[in-house]
Ligand binder design. Structure first.
Ligand code: FEO
Length: 408
């Protein structure tokens, strides 16, 4: 666990987690950091917390000594959000400090009881309420529901200008020595932004409307430092707020001038067409992310599709329906509300088609509003005439994406 003073009487404690699935489903190839914060006014508060996957609370308590804090003087836990990655340590903490008070939203209060049976010394705060910790540290609470759970709020210290933003403005990716976005190299920033996209698309995508509102609300505060529950802190709040705002805007369809090419093949027949299309795309000046389904994880597929204006789908028919892993991936894209893409599908069939019928059903049921070019289906292996049409369609899709996509 690392500790760092980030403002007057204000400290960050962070720990990196690797080799686990977030929410039990999302892989994190670069890990994730859990960030917690301590404000030490006349009274001491911990903002956000840890989970229990991370060796906390033992390591946390050893750091208190170094900060000149005794466990008993922690008077408040400000619970911005009850998801156990932030709250899982509360019960362990209760074993060594029976007198702390929890500050949280009304929805979090209900979760405290159902998750941990914790009902005592809980103060519910509303949007605009504040808590005076002394020495000028007045912490104002900013309701940002559904970023990512209904209980979520941010906390803003009016003295230091630190916005403890919880899941908002967060990212996957472990933290290195540098904890501020402004202090890392350009190469590290490239990874950090990619991990921000992965986090957004995997964790927050379904709540994009709420994210838009939260960005607007937080951008009106005089924020000097964004201190999220995961990932880097930002001394230039506008940068991460604008980045989040852009990610939210990608939901409805006009995203970057990029293509994602999701493909599956059982016996190599659809793959023959995939390799041909790949060679066509190689001659086009456009970023393409090719991902095999099911080899690529859902999280990777979501991240690449979230930023792409165009989608190419290649899959065979399987038992009168779509190749099942592709159907599952598309269902997940629909549930995360990846909408309004420009798209094109092709694939092989054996004795009959069926993939297209299931694709149409998924698109309709999940109201995905993708606009497809006419599909190309071929019996068995693709033939010369199929390649000619495939090239035409792919070039048409590339032209559409170049015309409407935004620069990243
Ligand atoms: Fe970082 Fe929604 O938990």
């Amino acid at each position: 666990m690392d500790k760092l003073q980030i403002a007057d009487n204000t400290y960050q404690l962070s720990v990196n987690i690797e080799n686990m699935l977030f929410e039990g489903v999302w892989e994190m190839p670069e890990g994730v950091s859990l960030n917690s914060y301590i404000i030490k006014g006349d009274k001491t508060a911990i903002v956000d917390g840890f989970c229990g996957w991370d060796g906390v609370p033992e390591t946390l308590f050893s750091l208190f000594d170094e900060l000149g804090i005794t466990v008993d003087e922690v008077e408040y836990l400000i619970v911005n959000h009850m998801e156990p990655d932030h709250s899982g340590w509360i019960e362990a903490f209760r074993k060594i400090n029976q007198n702390f008070k929890i500050i949280c939203s009304d929805k979090a209060k209900a979760l405290l009881e159902t998750f941990y049976g914790h009902t005592e010394n809980v103060t519910v705060v509303k949007d605009g309420d504040s808590l005076d910790l002394g020495q000028g540290h007045v912490v104002k609470f900013v309701s940002i529901p559904n970023v990512h759970w209904p209980d979520t709020m941010a906390s803003f210290d009016e003295k230091t200008g630190v916005l403890f933003s919880c899941d908002a403005f967060g990212a996957f990716g472990k933290l290195g020595k540098e904890k501020y976005a402004e202090d890392i190299t350009a190469e590290e920033m490239e990874v950090a932004l990619k991990e921000t996209v992965r986090y957004y698309s995997n964790i927050l995508a379904s709540f994009t409307m709420a994210v838009k509102k939260a960005v607007s609300k937080c951008s009106q505060l005089p924020v000097k430092l964004v201190a999220p529950g995961h990932g880097l802190m930002w001394r230039e709040p506008k940068k991460i707020m604008d980045f989040y705002d852009a990610l939210a805007d990608y939901q409805k369809g006009v995203a970057r001038k990029e293509l994602v090419f999701l493909w599956s093949s059982m016996y190599g027949m659809t793959e023959k067409a995939v390799r041909f299309v790949e060679s066509v795309l190689a001659k086009e000046d456009i970023k393409v992310t090719m991902l095999n389904v099911p080899e690529a994880s859902w999280g990777t597929i979501l991240g690449a599709t979230w930023t792409a204006t165009g989608v190419i789908l290649a899959m065979p028919t399987y038992e009168y329906k779509m190749f099942p892993p592709m159907a599952a991936a598309l269902e997940e894209l629909g549930r995360k509300r990846v909408l309004g893409r420009k798209a094109f599908r092709f694939g092989s069939y054996g004795w009959s088609g069926g993939a297209q019928k299931e694709l149409d059903e998924i698109m309709t049921r999940l109201s995905m509003n993708w606009e497809f070019l006419e599909p190309v289906e071929f019996a068995g292996s693709p033939r010369e005439e199929d390649f000619i049409i495939l090239e035409q369609r792919v070039k048409e899709l590339v032209a559409q994406v170049k015309e409407i996509g935004v620069e990243s």
